[in-house]
Design a protein around this ligand. Sequence first.
Ligand SMILES: [Zn+2]
Length: 100
Amino acid sequence: MKTGIHPTYYKESVITCGCGATITVGSVKNEINIDVCANCHPFYTGKKKRIDSTGRVDRFEKLAKKTEGLRENTRSKREKLLEKSKKKTEKIDASLETSK
Ligand SMILES: [Zn+2]
């Protein structure tokens, strides 16, 4: 092995998870911090939990709620317009029939 080119190898470096779990492994880094591990990841725990440190999911849900309300409003507007146009065509039909 060539000297002076290899990083220091720590036989017992500690990986610390956000949930508090620690894992001891061999690594070139002495301390490693991670956000999720097998103890707390939803895939392994089976619990529904979002890993969302920046709040993007929350922002998306807020936006989805907003647009949902808008969509309902536009639907009702569309229905109103349809009713109006139906009434108009009925009026026109009635006037055509009377003119005959
Ligand atoms: Zn964890």
